[in-house]
Structures are given as C-alpha cells and as structure tokens.
Design a protein around this ligand. Structure first.
Ligand code: C2E
Ligand code: CA
Ligand code: CA
Ligand code: CA
Length: 275
C-alpha cells in the first residue's frame, strides 16, 4: 500500500509539473502576443432587444489565435493574465480595439468585460475616460461588465472608479448573475444598471429544476429596482420566447449570433430585420 501511495504521489507530482509548464508557456506566449497584437483580436457578439428583435449593442470578447496551438479560450488565458499583471495591457487593447470598431456602428452600445484587478487600480476610471475622449466615444454607449468579486472590494477603490465612470454616463452590468453569492436583496445597494443572468439558468429551462421560476423572480426583482436584464446563452427559440414572455429586456446567445469579427457586424444588423 505504501508503494502504491508513493506511486500516486509520483504521478501527481509529474502532472503538477506538466500543468505548471503549460501555464508558464501560456504566460510567455501571451506576453509575446501582446507585443505583436496580430494574434489577438476582439470579436463582438450582438445583444438583442427582446421587444423589438433588433441589435442594440455588442459585447466585446477577446480571441487569441496561438501560432502553433490554435485558439486558446479566454477562460484559460484571462485568469493567467490576471495573476501575472498582463490584464491591464489586455484591458487597454480591448478598449482601444472596441472604440475603433465602434466607429462603424454609431447606433450600438458596446459592452466590455472588466476584471476586478483592473478596477482595483485607482486610475482605472481616469484611463478609461481619457481613452473615450481620444476616440470621441460617447460614454453613454459604453457598458462595463463586472463579476461580483469586483463589487465586494473592501478598499473602496472599485466603488470610486465605478461612481466616477457612472457620473460620465458609463453603465455597469453585473455579469454571470446567480453564480456568486449575490442575493437578490443586495442588488439595490450595488452600483449597477443591469444584471446579466448566467447562462446556466437559461440552459436549465425545460428540466423541471425550477430555473424558469428563478429567472422570472430575478427579472421581476430587477425591474422593481429599476435595473435592466440580459439573458446570456440563449440557444433555442423556446428559451428566447419564454424570456421575452417574462419580460427580460435583452437577449444574447448563439440563437441570434456567435461572437464574430468586427467586419461581420454590419451584415448581421441588416439581417436582424428579417429575424
Ligand atoms: P462572459 O463574459 O460570461 O462571456 C460570455 C461567454 O459565453 C463568451 O465566451 C461567449 O462566447 C459565450 N456564449 C455566448 N453565447 C453563448 C451561447 O448561446 N451558448 C454558450 N454555450 N456560450 C455562449 P468566451 O468568449 O469564451 O469568453 C469566456 C469568458 O472570458 C467571458 O465570459 C469573460 O469572463 C472572459 N473574457 C472574454 N473576453 C474578455 C475580455 O476582453 N476581458 C476580460 N477581462 N475577460 C474576458
Ligand atoms: Ca460578459
Ligand atoms: Ca457572463
Ligand atoms: Ca462567464
């Protein structure tokens, strides 16, 4: 038994080494990608207004095409970027690329994901404001998507950044709602304008696990608090119809469109009229 135990440790140890090596490789290659930027591209996924079935905005989603390993998911490289300080440069690249692309769609809002790490920088709001000014981008067209960890910052820096940006007209959305410890009751104290209902709830529709009732309660409470709602991960017409019926404001998911390169958004806007 002792030998077997030692063997397991040996395997575990080598797996750990392999994992750490992969992380180090990703960190090194991401640093290079940030210097070149031809491997990084911001894609955009349309956001649909349920009541009018039109595109009202897009969410910016970063894509990394590694020269030898192909596409690497942001779920893999964003956490590494957060731990190694590269997230600031990534955030700046995404904001700049989005402002540039947004020139072609003056009628659309742009939603950008912001890491809690970025928001803890005392000059975050100033940097964003300077960039908007540089591009002549109306702050009312910008929405920042944050997860709860950014809103439970004890130092108060995140709150100060959010308050300064909201004074300029920038809106704030609470991303992945329902996955953290956010309670519905806490919502009114948060500096947010919108909640994005996590796609795991939409995914559970039709499985008699109560997800419809939860989503309905979230939508009603948000409305009572004057907050907008977006449902993420809408994949079927049934899900879309149900969300529209219960009064969810905006819809996002593969049913409407996958994230696409900036050049494809205009065509989608024209096609949307026929949906
Ligand atoms: P998120 O902010 O929750 O973004 C939504 C994710 O759901 C995206 O994955 C999108 O492609 C995916 N999605 C959209 N519709 C559907 C659907 O109908 N079904 C399914 N199964 N998935 C759908 P993606 O692009 O892989 O991004 C993953 C996460 O990485 C994002 O989750 C966000 O947390 C982070 N991320 C992406 N881009 C950035 C960025 O520029 N900055 C930061 N800080 N984080 C980013
Ligand atoms: Ca998001
Ligand atoms: Ca989300
Ligand atoms: Ca997510």
């Amino acid at each position: 038994a002792k030998n077997a135990g030692r063997g397991r440790y040996a395997i575990f140890g080598s797996e750990m080494d392999a994992m750490l090596q992969v992380r180090r490789d990703i960190e090194r290659d991401l640093r290079l990608a940030l210097q070149r930027t031809d491997q990084l591209e911001v894609y955009f996924q349309p956001l649909f207004r349920a009541s009018t079935q039109t595109i009202i905005g897009v969410e910016a989603l970063l894509r990394w095409r590694h020269p030898t390993n192909g596409w690497i998911s942001p779920d893999v490289f964003i956490p590494i970027a957060e731990e190694t300080g590269m997230i600031e440069a990534i955030g700046e690249f995404v904001l700049r690329s989005s402002c540039e692309a947004a020139r072609a769609w003056p009628e659309l809002c742009i939603a950008i994901n912001v890491s809690a790490i970025e928001l803890r920088n005392p000059v975050f709001a100033v940097k964003v404001a300077a960039r908007l000014l540089e591009f002549g981008f109306d702050p009312h067209r910008l929405e920042l998507e944050l997860t709860e960890s950014a809103l439970t910052d004890a130092s108060g820096v995140c709150d100060q950044n959010l308050r300064a940006l909201r004074e300029l007209g920038v809106r704030v959305a609470l991303d992945d709602f329902g996955t953290g410890f956010s309670s519905l009751g806490r919502l009114q104290k948060l500096e947010v304008d919108r909640i994005k209902i996590d796609r795991s709830f939409i995914n559970g529709f039709g499985r008699s696990n109560g997800d419809e009732a939860i989503v309905e309660a979230i939508v009603e409470l948000a409305r009572a608090r004057g907050l907008k709602t977006t449902a993420e991960g809408v994949e079927t017409a049934e899900q879309g119809d149900h969300l529209q019926a219960i009064g969810c404001d905006d819809l996002q998911g593969f049913l409407y469109s996958r994230p696409v390169p900036a050049k494809d958004i205009s065509a989608l806007m024209h096609r949307a009229h026929d949906l």
